[in-house]
Design a protein around this ligand. Sequence first.
Ligand code: VAH
Length: 318
Amino acid sequence: MKKNILVTGAAGQIGTELVPALRERYGDERVIAAGHRTPLPDEVRDGGPHITLDVANQADVVAAIRDHDIEVIYHLASILSALAEANRQNAHAVNVNGLYHVLEAAVAGDVRQVNVPSSIAAFGPDTPPVNTPNETLQRPNTLYGIAKVLGELWGNYYATKLGLDVRGLRLPGIISWKTEPTAGTTDYAVAIFYGALREGRYTCYLRPDTSLPMMYMPDCINAIIGLAEADMAKLKHHADFNVAGVSFTPSELTAAIQRRMPDFEIDYDIDPLRQGIADSWPDSLDDSVARAEWGWRPTYDLDAMVDDMLANLSIKLR
Ligand code: VAH
């Protein structure tokens, strides 16, 4: 009886927090944390079984599923938006080949369910940007976004044609305090808190009026697990659910921080690459489909997120 859970990308921003959450829910020994180049955080490495797994290597993926009795996969391994633009070969190997290897090995290895996040990056510059609907034009102009659309289409295909239970969320920019900001486009909304607490100031690479859909990590973890545990009979969608947390601009986030830290200062040095990526993404999402099909509800608004980030990060940075 297969019973274990494999989390790829377990050293990433989401993986670092999803692994402990799954271990608490299902038991430490049932959750295998798989990392590759980035070392696993102590809590993930020391909290239960862990392996090194290069998802770009098909044999590695097949062996991991076979050797660890895998029933469910959370496939988080990914090269994020800005980094993917800088290294097309690695982005293709991980974001395209890696997902294909996981889906094919899951079918061959009798895995019951594969959870693979999509992203707001699956939308593009001609997608309606405000309250972007679940079904709309998807012509992303980033390699990361193109791979996400492919992932959604593959996920729906493997679910409807091959009977593999594939589920996925179009995640907004995720904000958390446990891992340092990475190479994404939305990571200004994490780095700003480090700047506020370390130097009292931050230089932002996006324009002050750039609105983006964001989500606090506790809501992200609840969304991923909530969809994975949802009653299949009630789902009409599979790998492409919009989920929204809270949308804001750098200037709105700055004002919320200044309400708590009046001396905090911000200035702007626009990064054309990441501004161009951000401008191609929605301002806000309509997540009524996720709410209707599996009861999605976010809990953190902007003020609750800022309070929790400052409280936890000030302890971490002591
Ligand atoms: C990025 N944080 O900026 C990631 C995420 C929707 C944003 O995909 O690339």
